[in-house]
Write a new protein. Structure first.
Length: 88
């Protein structure tokens, strides 16, 4: 599972730290990369419904990972999650 912070803000070290917090929190919530990918794939198969535990867990991880950012940075930031065997 690869996490990418967009747009690329701050230094590479700070970005890696923020991405690490996000990844670790997702893994803590899902329990494993396999469970996270299963939820992600299910969310896609269901045509990306607005209420799904994939979105809920991502929101929790996003809030925790972006807490170190300034409010102006937090507003436009997003995290791209890529899996090795993604269905996209």
């Amino acid at each position: 599972m690869k996490i990418t912070l967009t747009p690329p803000i701050r230094t590479a070290f700070e970005r890696a730290s923020i991405e690490g917090v996000y990844r670790n929190r997702l893994l803590e919530l899902f329990g494993s990369v396999a469970n996270a990918q299963k939820a992600h794939d299910e969310w896609h198969r269901m045509h990306q419904p607005p209420v799904h535990h994939w979105l809920t867990y991502n929101a929790i991880a996003r809030i925790e990972a972006s807490s170190a950012l300034l409010p102006s940075e937090r507003k436009g930031v997003s995290f791209i999650v890529e899996f090795e065997n993604d269905i996209d």
